[in-house]
Design a protein. Structure first.
Length: 678
């Protein structure tokens, strides 16, 4: 008997441990606290939908590339689009709200990019709903609702269209299109952006499972200028399961010249594709994305977290566009939706390694705004192209005037140049290099040749900049800025050689004479007047990766040891510790790398979906830049992947002792697989 009891105890213990392990693909929240809730985003690279703790609600709907001049700083801002996914469900005439439900649970399925909620409505019904930003249809969304009746009941389902307060001249429409075998009810709204620059439009339609003759009658209600809805009633018997869906479209004049008609056309297209086909193609698209994946054996929570980060990076951008990435992606209006070095240095390399076809959208964004960068250089008295620190729709400088990074954080131009060269390195696409890469590389190289101050024959200073460590303002000879300028010039020379073009001979002279400063103790000096103060983020250490200017392991280790003690425990972004982790893994110290890997993001997580904020204890999710930095520490650190002029290679690296193996699939254009094992 004792042996049996012991065996049973051990068996139950093992089962409990297995059940307690995080699911690699699903994040579940069964304790929803609205006062401590940071929504998760469902996005398809064009539409971002941010979850709400309230049943049948979403917090925001954000559209890529949708900017207008309003709000703080007199600069372009992301605009909230129509909230076309809010809905209402009433049972026996009573609206369901958070006070009337029990066992409320929400779940993100990262593999299928599906966000679901479920709850019990007393002893009357069990209800669930899921919504999707359809990957195959960039401007379309879908919500599906399932009611399991425990008693006879009557439901009233409503599709609600709400206009954000900032929109003006809202006009609402309702239309019914009858065909012999289908009835199409269209709930549509259009409005102007705050300045009238853009037209925003949205449309929805019900998808019923019944035959045309059995479909419930749809009724339209106009509440006020900012909200209207369409609804239907349906009786359901006890024991029956009833489902319906809502398909919708959100689009603006930034995406289409005729957004009002296009919104309705796309909604009709989605309606007639039908629920099953919409989800079939959506899931196929996400399956293809996940062909490029990271698999960690031996650390289930990290595996889930890595999928969470990859999911958001994949969600926030898509192939076939010329849109780039804001630090907060499509998770809201953070950082005004602007594009910084965050896109080129932190998020782009992950996408370039795992999905070059998606990374192409980011570098296309920079190419299309090259002329604006030339004008920016001209305005500041320089030659070539000077990319703005904050960029939005036009490619002009969009940094609010109170932020000195706008006129002074010049390393962004070198980051864009490096992104262009790395695209060629990974794809080996000479035609692209000739048509688009070379114009970016040569123009940014010309900028640096004009930007340096030739104080001595052998020292060309770069003075008066904001460093990559942004706590250092208006300083001289910043380590990363100088190093990035050198690499920009060298990459332009390399591109010229590939294309059999004679480069400007001044580029090499300038590159060889930009100084990288040292302290008396041999540590690389962050900038000319640096005296050991705290730093916001890695600056010197970026010379080892990604710039590869410092390659001596003794110097890399010494710089790490010095600067890792200069980073405070709050107010700093995830990328700093991610770079420390990457370099320590390449130096062969997997466990120290793991310490900084965890420190990069664990203190930044917010409930209930482990959403990353920008800083430790921060609350401005979702910080896609940090996710990009952490994923780079896995790909290029623990995984040893390296972007070289001949393509992606693998160098020696070290895993944490708790990881059995690391597998990276779908790498580069050839979709290769790389492994690291203990």
């Amino acid at each position: 008997m004792k042996i049996r009891l012991l065996f049973l105890f051990l068996f139950v213990s093992v089962i409990c441990r297995i059940q307690a392990q995080p699911d690699p693909w699903k994040i579940t929240a069964d304790k929803i606290n609205p006062s401590d809730y940071y929504g998760i985003t469902v996005a398809n690279g064009m539409i971002g939908v941010i979850s709400s703790p309230e049943p049948f609600k979403v917090k925001n709907v954000v559209l890529a590339g949708t900017y207008d001049l309003y709000g703080r700083g007199r600069v372009s801002n992301f605009i909230n689009s129509f909230n076309l996914l809010n809905m209402r469900l009433a049972i026996d005439g009573r609206d369901i709200d958070s006070k009337s439900v029990k066992n409320f649970k929400q779940e993100l399925d990262m593999h299928t990019a599906c966000f679901s909620s479920s709850f019990d409505y007393g002893d009357v019904a069990s209800i669930s709903y899921s919504y999707y930003s359809l990957r195959q249809l960039p401007f379309c969304v879908l919500v599906e609702v399932t009611i399991i009746a425990k008693k006879d009941l009557t439901i009233t389902g409503s599709s609600v269209m709400e206009a954000p307060d900032d929109l003006k001249d809202v006009q609402n429409y309702y239309n019914e299109i009858e065909r012999p075998h289908v009835s199409i009810s269209l709930l549509t709204s259009t409005a102007k952006s705050p300045t009238g620059k853009l037209q925003l439009c949205a449309s929805t339609s019900f998808l019923f499972n019944e035959t045309h003759e059995m479909e419930p009658k749809v009724i339209h209600e106009m509440w006020d200028n900012n909200m209207h809805l369409m609804k239907f009633n349906k009786s359901v018997k006890a024991g029956q399961v009833y489902t319906f869906s809502i398909a919708g479209t959100s689009i603006t004049s930034a995406h289409n010249e005729d957004p009002l008609n296009e919104a309705e056309r796309l909604t009709i297209f989605a309606k007639l594709e039908g629920h099953d086909r919409l989800l079939e193609f959506h899931k196929k698209a996400w399956n293809k994305l996940w062909d490029s994946d990271i698999t960690i054996e031996g650390d289930p929570q990290v595996q889930q977290d890595i999928h969470n980060m990859l999911y958001h990076l994949y969600s926030f951008v898509r192939e076939g566009t010329s849109f780039s990435l804001s630090p907060m992606g499509l998770s809201g209006l953070g950082y005004n939706g602007h594009v910084f070095w965050d896109a080129d240095l932190w998020m782009y390399p992950v996408l370039l390694v795992l999905h070059p076809e998606i990374a192409h959208s980011l570098i296309e964004y920079r190419f299309e705004r090259l002329e604006a960068a030339r004008k920016n250089a001209f305005s500041h008295g320089y030659q070539g192209a000077m990319y703005p620190w904050e960029s939005a729709g036009s490619g002009g400088e969009e940094t609010p005037v109170w932020a000195l990074s706008g006129p002074f954080e010049h390393h962004i131009s070198a980051c864009v140049g490096m992104a262009a060269w790395n695209y060629y390195c990974v794809t080996q696409d000479k035609e692209w290099l000739k048509e688009k890469g070379w114009p970016i590389l040569s123009a940014t190289a010309d900028f640096w040749a004009s930007r340096v101050e030739r104080a001595k024959p052998d020292q060309f200073d770069i003075k008066n900049v904001v460093a990559a460590d942004e706590w250092a303002e208006n300083i001289d000879n910043d380590a990363f800025t100088n190093g990035a300028a050198k690499i920009n010039l060298q990459n332009a020379i390399s591109a010229a050689k590939v294309l059999s073009i004679t480069p400007n001979p001044d580029w090499n002279i300038v590159s060889q004479n930009i100084p990288i400063l040292k302290m008396e103790n041999g540590i690389t000096k962050e900038f000319a007047s640096y005296e050991g103060q705290g730093i916001k983020q890695a600056d010197v250490n970026l010379l080892s990766y990604p710039l590869k200017i410092i390659t001596d392991s003794i110097q890399i280790r010494a710089d790490l040891k010095y600067y890792e003690t200069r980073v405070p425990n709050e107010g700093t972004p995830a990328m700093t510790q991610a770079i420390f982790a990457l370099l320590y893994s390449r130096l062969g110290n997997g466990d120290k790398a793991y310490h900084f890997f965890k420190d990069a993001y664990l203190p930044n997580l917010n409930p209930p979906f482990r959403v990353i904020a920008e800083t430790k204890g921060g609350t401005n999710p979702y910080f896609a830049t940090g996710a990009g930095g952490v994923i780079q520490s896995v790909l290029m650190g623990f995984g040893g992947l390296d972007i070289t002029p001949s393509g992606i290679t693998q160098i020696k690296s070290s895993l944490p002792s708790g990881w059995k193996s690391l597998k990276i699939t779908g790498v580069g254009p050839e979709k290769k697989t790389y492994m690291v094992k203990h």
